[in-house]
Ligand binder design. Structure first.
Ligand code: ASP
Length: 355
């Protein structure tokens, strides 16, 4: 009897051990199989459409903002989002949504793009813009134009009506004119606010007898990234560049992979900030590359590039990014960034640090 009991006990012991071991094995294999690195992609369903915009990053502080100024920026960002949303809701393309949204921001004197662009050292407005489609890697860009009312449409014309990706200066202006884009007198872009900013910097430079690096620089570039109902992403960026730029300096905004990038397999990106850093660090492409090669989520990739890589390099600015599921990321390493996004049942507009 005792022998039977001992045998039964032994069997029970081994059986329990087996159950425990297979449980542990299942637990571990579960972890390997079902815990994806890119967890956002796995758990979130695709948004029907989405759009994210920015109006530049920089020293945007609550204490320096009046109620009127806040409302002006808020209303402008709100109207811009609504323009894009209507197009996307009605089944329009992401390209159409970003073009019309950016037109609105280019027309607003609040932002450093189109009317309201910053001045060069020589007192001119030189505009840059770029666009990219996530489907098929089509892209277009123009740089250093002085009379194209909507530079983003110039970039789109290069993408759609030429075999090239980038055109600059007089040639780009001629191409835009030939393709029926609205041409204006260069004085159209002038605003007193931007003119006075240049004068202040020039005075400082005269006093110092050297180049003046403005520590409170505001990057006012505009950008939009949209996802349409067909699942296509488009990204666009438009800017006046940096105040007091000279020698036909061109920043990251019209450079594909630096200021703008889009690929349906990863994300669409539009950047704003100290362009030289964004070019050297291929910021927009780096976000997409981290998603592709490291399987990071759009938020992980964008946060790393802006708040680790660029911070280590002392490059200031921010970006907006949107993946094919409608996940949005808007990191910046400056005190603020004008930004917002819209999805079917979600909307957000922010200016200051939100952490
Ligand atoms: N990134 C732009 C440039 O360097 C400036 C900005 O974002 O305002 O030209």
């Amino acid at each position: 009897m005792l022998a039977i009991n001992t045998k039964a006990m032994k069997n029970l012991y081994f059986f329990s051990l087996l159950v425990l071991m297979s449980f542990i094995a299942c637990e571990n294999s579960d972890k390997v199989v079902t815990t994806p690195i890119n967890s956002e992609k796995a758990i979130q369903k695709k948004a029907e459409y989405a759009m994210v915009i920015h109006g530049g990053a920089g020293t945007i502080l609550k204490e320096n903002m009046t109620d009127e100024k806040y409302k002006e920026y808020y209303d402008a960002l709100d109207s811009a989002l609504k323009i894009g949303e209507k197009i996307l809701k009605d089944g329009g393309t992401s390209l159409d949504a970003i073009e019309k949204t950016i037109h609105f921001m280019e027309d607003s004197p609040l932002f450093n793009s189109g009317k309201g662009a910053v001045f060069t050292h020589d007192g001119k407005n030189e505009l840059d813009a770029s666009v990219m489609l996530g489907n098929g890697r089509k892209a277009g860009a123009i740089g250093g134009v002085t009379n194209v009312k909507h530079p983003i449409s110039g970039a789109i014309a290069v993408m759609e009506k030429s075999d090239h990706v980038m055109m600059v200066g007089k040639g780009a202006e001629e191409f835009c004119k030939l393709n029926g884009l609205e041409i204006v007198d260069p004085s159209y872009f002038r605003t007193e606010r931007r003119w006075n900013s240049l004068q202040k910097i020039l005075e400082k430079e005269k006093d110092m007898g050297a180049l003046y690096e403005n520590p409170d620089y505001k990057y006012g570039t505009v950008g939009a990234v949209a996802l349409d109902k067909s699942g296509n992403i488009a990204a666009g960026t438009s800017t006046g560049g940096m105040t007091n730029k000279r020698y036909n300096r061109i920043g990251d905004s019209p450079i594909i992979g630096a200021g703008t990038y889009a690929d349906n397999n990863t994300c669409g990106v539009s950047c704003t900030g100290h362009g030289e850093f964004f070019i050297r660090y291929a910021v927009a492409y780096d976000v997409a590359a981290r998603m592709e090669y490291k399987n990071e989520s759009v938020a992980e990739a964008a946060e790393y590039v802006i708040n680790k890589k660029l911070v280590d390099a002392k490059g200031s600015g921010g970006l907006i990014a949107l993946d094919a599921y409608g996940n949005v990321s808007m990191p910046f390493n400056t005190p603020g960034m004008y930004r917002g996004y819209i999805k079917p049942d979600e909307k957000m507009i922010e200016m200051y640090e939100s952490k």
